[in-house]
Design a protein around this ligand. Structure first.
Ligand SMILES: Nc1ncnc2c1ncn2[C@@H]1O[C@H](COP(=O)(O)OP(=O)(O)O)[C@@H](O)[C@H]1O
Ligand SMILES: O=c1ccn([C@@H]2O[C@H](COP(=O)(O)O)[C@@H](O)[C@H]2O)c(=O)[nH]1
Length: 207
């Protein structure tokens, strides 16, 4: 089997990474593409009581089980199957579900901190950074986290001020310089997505 094409999609929280990846999948055809969400590799916090989990910093690189993520990406790039953890935002920890995931010819790693670790970054054939103004990201995050991630408005605001915003400026935004393509997502992202889809179609044809 040919080495899978490996793409990383980084960007701040609620910049639209998942939405852009979804658009790519819809246009490129999902049967050849595997998406790995870095959030599934947050460290397991089942041993901690809930009041401590709520206060953890989920935007620092140390919150990710980077060794497991690296091991799994390397296995997928060798065409092997992995057993991937899954994450439960409403409980601020890993869920009990472990997914068996088979490698595919195109692998996409998505996450706020996905361009931080150089040993993972250097494996990538293509690196994207989804960019969006901080205010709009905050508004989109607030609405999404209350609707989809079981959060209260006040908890989203507190977390944004104490950790999300400062960590974004310290760790996430500086990784923009590693991106091959920067996708603006304030309005429509279809032109950038079309460029990427055409690249992926070429990759698919060579499989
Ligand atoms: N171009 C866009 N216009 C309006 N809303 C968007 C756009 N892109 C994403 N969103 C919304 O913003 C929120 C955050 O997007 P999401 O893709 O979850 O971001 P990320 O994966 O970067 O955290 C979601 O509710 C999503 O539906
Ligand atoms: O228990 C958790 C784990 C993570 N988060 C937040 O999630 C975002 C990353 O996900 P995006 O889809 O890129 O927004 C990160 O900013 C963490 O703060 C959380 O709130 N709780």
């Amino acid at each position: 089997m040919k080495k899978p094409f490996f793409m990383i999609v980084a960007g701040g929280s609620a910049s639209g990474k998942s939405t852009v990846v979804k658009s790519i999948l819809e246009k490129a055809g999902i049967q050849h593409v595997l998406v790995i969400n870095q959030d599934d590799y947050y460290l397991d916090q089942n041993e901690l009581p809930m009041h401590e989990r709520v206060l953890m910093n989920y935007d620092h690189p140390k919150s990710i089980d980077i060794e497991l993520l690296k091991k799994d990406i390397l296995m997928l790039l060798e065409g092997k199957t992995i057993h991937k953890p899954t994450y439960d935002y409403s409980n601020y920890t890993r869920s009990e579900v472990i997914e068996e995931v088979e490698s595919k010819p195109i692998i996409i790693l998505e996450g706020i901190l996905s361009l931080v670790d150089d040993s993972i970054r250097d494996l990538a054939d293509l690196k994207l950074y989804v960019e969006l103004d901080d205010d709009i990201r905050f508004i989109r995050r607030l609405s999404r986290d209350v609707k989809d991630r079981g959060r209260t408005m006040q908890s989203v605001i507190n977390q944004y001020i104490t950790t999300v915003k400062p960590m974004y400026h310290k760790f996430v935004k500086p990784t923009k310089r590693y991106a091959d393509i920067i996708i603006p997502n304030d309005d429509k992202h279809s032109a950038a997505v079309d460029v990427i889809v055409n690249m992926l179609k070429t990759v698919k044809e060579s499989i």
